[in-house]
Design a protein around this ligand. Structure first.
Ligand code: PLP
Length: 551
């Protein structure tokens, strides 16, 4: 069924952090099967555990007890301090079981009216009907008929709305400590502490969905260890058996006892093969040295991404914990995450998406610094392809044109004179070879940036007549239109890249002029940590200048 839009190649084998297609092309895997293959591909311990268990006992169902399920349950409870585990086969099933359990606890203790569930916007909890309805992304739950009642979604990290929503009718609150599918958005510890308090006050169970953040992904065995709050029920899956399907919920006796024989079940849940592998995975990942490496390499990945971004200015934010990292595309590129992903694949790098504008990195937890460096080299190639792709150039060009279309210069006389001057300059530029023309255009843009009022800290913008801004826009308009045409007709990516740089600078120029015209008349002040709109703009401008000078 056409539920997926898979990448074009057919993968046939893998080793460590690398996978290969049927034509033997190599790819560096920063997806780990969506945060599943925590030990990479073909890990000897995993392979050995599968082989050994397959020869002994694969499956018997929960009508019987098997030794491997008991072993894994004991390891998980000893590690976390919970009393009981219920095994399933996936993340969605784990959340389904947790939500059903929470409702059953409330039903037994307080009555049928205590059935409301609070979850958060952008959250993702799986695709079964209950879990997808609880998830905070309407696009996944719409169109399947009436959704289960009693589910409320509130903004993430907004304590006021949460406090107004929770009540005696609330039976459960479900949350991810880092929203994975939602865009690598981290929960605020202060917010979480208050959520915990309110859950206790209203006798609501707090459920952490650690399907993606668990099993070492954030650099601790479970993510909750880093946020100072322990949930009443925790759900786990993905990496728990390093690629063999498994899921689990962990909780305390006084909660677990509300599931009686027959209230819930699963044919495959706690399957001997999956649990045998899971048991080995827990042994490896619980090791403090292993977890410390995850934290260290995660920080390294974020740092290297930042370095790359200093060069390209494509991402507006790089965030995450451990080896769950997101790079959010800056506004001009935000609708093109899938295109960048495609170019990554083309260059031999597999990445994930999260939210609509975030590139997600969830590599095997065994990744090394040298492989992260390799990933950055491949990403650099992908970014060069991306930034010189016609769709992106056309989009940028349209953006410039539509911005300019709305802003006509006020002082027509002055603008006309300036336009005439620019046109004369362009006539002479037309005789130049492509590279020289680009260099001169860049020089001009650098000059115009230097002349822009916002770049001159000692001048009050109030002293600049608004006609000046109109003129600047007219100039940028004229030059950009010419550039757009040149870009569209330039077949060589390198030359197009140069023109794009100039266009990019023109956009920054334009932003600056618009910003001032929108009434931001105060002199530019050095901002606190680049928080204000003006501050980040001037920083980007100076980066852009540096880039042009470097070229
Ligand atoms: C936080 C979270 N919960 C639940 C799920 C669903 O897991 P599964 O696809 O194994 O059902 C996912 C999957 O991406 C997830 O990220």
């Amino acid at each position: 069924m056409p539920c997926y839009v898979p990448q074009e190649m057919v993968l046939t084998k893998g080793k460590g952090c690398l996978v290969y297609d049927n034509e033997d092309n190599e790819y560096l895997d920063m997806t780990a099967g969506i945060a599943v293959n925590c030990l990479g591909h073909n890990h000897p311990v995993v392979v050995k555990a599968i082989k050994k268990q397959a020869q002994r006992l694969i499956h018997v169902s929960n009508i019987f007890v098997n030794d491997k399920t008991l072993t894994l349950a004991k390891k998980l409870t000893a590690l976390t301090g919970y009393d009981k585990v219920f095994f399933v086969n996936s993340g969605a099933e784990a959340n389904e079981a947790a939500l059903k359990l929470a409702r059953r606890v409330a039903y037994d203790k307080y009555g049928a009216q205590k059935c409301e569930i609070i979850s958060f916007n952008q959250s993702f909890h799986g695709r079964t009907f209950f879990s997808v309805s609880v998830g905070g992304q309407a696009k996944y739950s719409q169109g399947f008929g009436p959704i289960p009642e009693g589910i409320t979604h509130v903004p993430f990290n907004d304590i006021e709305t949460f406090a107004q929503t929770i009540s005696d009718k609330t039976c459960a609150v479900i949350v991810e400590v880092v929203q994975g599918e939602g865009g690598i958005l981290e929960i605020d510890s202060e917010f979480l502490a208050q959520v915990r308090e309110l859950c206790t006050k209203f006798n609501a169970l707090l459920i952490f969905d650690e399907v993606q953040t668990g099993v070492g992904r954030l650099g601790t065995f479970y993510g909750y260890e880093q946020f100072g709050v322990k949930p009443d029920i925790l759900t786990s899956a993905k990496g728990l058996a390093a690629g063999i399907p498994i899921g689990a919920i962990l909780t305390y006796d006084h909660i677990a006892e509300h599931f009686k024989p027959g209230t819930h079940g699963s044919t495959f849940g706690g399957n001997a093969l999956a649990c045998a592998v899971g048991s080995k995975v827990v042994d490896i990942i619980r090791d403090e040295e292993f977890l410390a490496k995850v934290r260290e390499n995660g920080a390294y990945l974020r740092k290297q991404l930042q370095t790359l971004n200093n060069k390209f200015q494509v991402f507006t934010d790089i965030r995450g914990r451990g080896l769950l990292v997101g790079a959010q595309l800056a506004a001009p590129y935000s609708d093109y995450a899938a295109l960048l992903q495609k170019f990554c694949t083309k260059n031999g790098l597999l990445v994930l998406l999260a939210g609509h504008d975030v590139i997600r990195f969830a590599p095997p937890l065994i990744i090394t610094k040298s492989l992260i460096d390799k990933a950055m080299s491949l990403l650099e190639l992908a970014l060069l392809d991306f930034l010189t792709d016609r769709e992106i150039l056309a989009h940028k060009a349209n953006e410039v044109e539509s911005e300019l279309g709305n802003k006509k210069p006020k002082n027509k006389k002055k603008a006309k004179a300036k336009a005439a001057k620019t046109a004369a300059g362009e006539n002479s530029k037309q005789e130049m070879p492509v590279q020289d023309k680009s260099a001169q255009a860049q020089d001009e843009v650098v000059e115009s940036i230097n002349d822009t009022p916002s770049a001159t800290a000692d001048k009050s913008p109030k002293e600049q007549p608004s006609e000046e801004h109109g003129e600047l826009k007219a100039e940028v308009a004229k030059e950009s239109s010419a550039l757009v045409e040149t870009i569209t007709n330039t077949p060589e990516p390198e030359a197009a890249q140069e023109y794009l740089l100039v266009l990019d600078n023109n956009l920054l120029d334009l932003e600056s002029a618009n910003y001032q015209q929108q009434g931001h008349n105060q002199a530019p002040v050095e901002p606190e940590q680049g928080k204000t709109e003006h501050a980040s703009k001037s920083k980007r401008k100076s980066n852009a200048k540096k880039r042009v000078v470097k070229e």
